[in-house]
Design a protein around this ligand. Structure first.
Ligand SMILES: [Fe+2]
Length: 492
């Protein structure tokens, strides 16, 4: 765990002037509230789903004035009434092929009512909430709307607009959850990558807010952000890896979480295209430091040496995070394992203690991504390593702390001079690495920004691998951007 320990497992001991302690109370992992539907209410929802499905079917088989429609409306209302009598509304959410009652994943019902999910999704509906006070007239109007053809609904402005026009106040429908902005950005992978990165960053901010407020975490939101990252890493790995170097001192944990997710997915997608594997990996990577959000920021960002109590608390963050992930209804269970294991080391020196347990391959991937991003970030207690230095340190950690085979794949993806590295070329020119070249880890695609005399030039992109071994231009080494007062991001 490179951000609190070295790769040799030594706790960090920064030597900085002591700062006044201003402890800020935050919610602990165990204080996060969980969804409030009882087991009985969850079981009973199958009846509601069957009745809603029947509503849609009757519009296909019977004319508007047929008594069967009236019966279906009465049955639907009757199935909802017990919830209203118990003082709760009935929120049904759809996410891809999964169905939720509030935050509760309805695993079996997702399969049983697959057609209903697809029908409602086709109408652009992402959730339906039946609220107390619902009347038969409103259910009738709702039936007419969900029985309409998708193009008719679209022409009418969507289901929410149609409900409003029909004065239906006790059925709320939200639009389908947008899993990614791919359609909008399909033609520009860099725009799409930025949208996915920003979406994941927003999600982590939301999670932080939810934990502070003691609210439950939204599995569908997490799933959507991860799906978007997977799509973009699969479509344009280079664009995503370039973004994975973004840093923020003030929001270190947020950016770090997204960077680790991107780096992990890049590595994961290089060894498998299995979508379930990638979804679990991306979720675990994005949430790997979730437990830190439950620890006071003063401890996380402390510049002075940690007390043994503070250190003990920080070492609990994988357990805190795994506990929060495990208690989040509908969240991928495999991701919980990754959160728990991301600081376990191959040689058993990590934490939490894991005698006889070998890190899962996904956890080993996240450990590599975590180590790389932490080392290349400036922290309150340490300067950032240059990217090439970080790669060197990682390679020296293979077999003890990190999985050597996975590490070799990671280095092949990142190159010896990873994206966003500032480099000096053999011509004396200064350049920024845009993308690595898997065929030759020493010869990436670069953007030349200054000539041999240090004068800024109109940026031009050069593929160093295309120049061949006898080419006149090669990377001599990395430069610390701070020494040239250059912000790499200005040139990307
Ligand atoms: Fe961590």
């Amino acid at each position: 765990m490179p951000d609190e320990t070295t790769l040799q497992g030594t706790p960090r001991q920064p030597e900085q002037p002591e700062q006044p302690e201003q402890p800020q109370k935050r919610m602990t992992a165990t204080a996060v509230q969980m969804p409030g539907f009882s087991q009985r209410q969850v079981v009973r929802i199958r009846e509601v789903l069957a009745r809603v499905y029947a509503l849609r079917r009757v519009t296909r088989f019977y004319p508007a004035d047929h008594p069967a429609r009236g019966l279906a409306v009465d049955d639907a209302l009757a199935s909802l009434q017990p919830y209203f009598d118990e003082g709760v509304d009935v929120p049904l959410l759809f996410s891809e092929s999964e169905l939720f009652l509030g935050e509760q994943l309805l695993a079996e019902d997702s399969v049983l009512f697959d057609q209903l999910i697809r029908d409602l999704s086709a109408l652009g509906a992402g959730s339906i909430t039946f609220e107390k006070g619902l009347t038969a007239r409103e259910v009738r109007s709702f039936t007419d709307i969900i029985g309409a053809r998708p193009e008719v609904v679209e022409d009418a402005g969507g289901v929410p607009a149609m409900l409003a026009a029909a004065d239906v106040d006790h059925i709320r429908v939200t639009e389908a959850f947008v899993l990614s902005d791919r359609a909008e950005h399909d033609l520009d992978p860099r725009k799409s990558a930025k949208a996915a990165y920003a979406g994941a960053l927003d999600l982590v901010r939301e999670l932080d807010h939810a934990i502070t407020a003691g609210q439950s975490l939204s599995a569908p939101r997490i799933r959507g952000a991860v799906k978007s990252l997977i799509d973009n890493v699969t479509d344009s790995r280079a664009a995503m890896l370039e973004l994975a170097g973004l840093k923020s001192h003030d929001e270190y944990t947020f950016y770090h979480s997204v960077n680790v997710a991107v780096l992990s997915l890049a590595l994961g997608s290089a060894i498998s295209h299995d979508q379930r594997f990638l979804a679990t990996l991306g979720t675990g990577a994005l949430l790997h430091d979730l437990g830190k959000l439950a620890i006071p920021t003063e401890v996380i960002n402390k510049e002075t040496p940690l007390t043994s109590e503070e250190w003990d608390e920080i070492r609990k963050h994988p357990v805190y995070g795994a506990s929060m992930a495990a208690l989040t209804a509908g969240l991928d269970r495999g991701a919980t394992v990754i959160v728990l294991e991301h600081h376990m080391r191959l040689d058993g020196a990590g934490y939490p203690p894991h005698p006889m347990r070998r890190q899962h391959i996904s956890s080993r991937i996240v450990a590599i991504a975590d180590a790389y991003d932490a080392m290349t970030s400036k922290r309150s207690y340490s300067d950032a390593h240059r990217q090439d230095q970080a790669i060197e340190v990682l390679m020296s950690s293979a077999s003890a702390a990190l999985d050597g085979a996975l590490l070799r794949v990671f280095v092949r993806l990142m190159g010896l001079y990873p994206p966003r590295s500032l480099v000096r070329l053999s011509t004396g020119e200064t350049a920024i690495v845009l993308a690595s070249n898997e065929g030759d880890i020493t010869a990436p695609l670069v953007r030349v920004i200054a000539d041999a005399y240090g004068a800024m030039v109109t940026p031009r992109d050069v593929d160093l691998s295309a120049l061949g071994r006898a080419g006149t231009s090669a990377i001599v080494g990395c430069i610390d951007p701070g020494t040239l007062n250059i912000d790499v991001g200005d040139f990307l």
